[in-house]
Design a protein around this ligand. Sequence first.
Ligand code: ZN
Length: 86
Amino acid sequence: MTARVTELVLTSEVPGAEPCPFCGSSDLDFGATSDDSECWVECENCGTQGPYATVGCGDEDEDEVDLEADAVALWNERVPAVRDRH
Ligand SMILES: [Zn+2]
């Protein structure tokens, strides 16, 4: 079986994220500040950036994966809020 793929291969996409609420594209990626203190989901098609997830409580050992999960959750929370306005 060759189905087992490392998670690193998925960095050009954002697992679990809803399509862009503005253009409908699923071409999403993670953005992050240079010091990795903030992370967000952004649309590669129209450039929309989701809410920023930040490292809380000054915990320098915060797992970056958790930050990305927070960014996805924030992105997904935003999607229905935008759609309801239409
Ligand atoms: Zn978009």
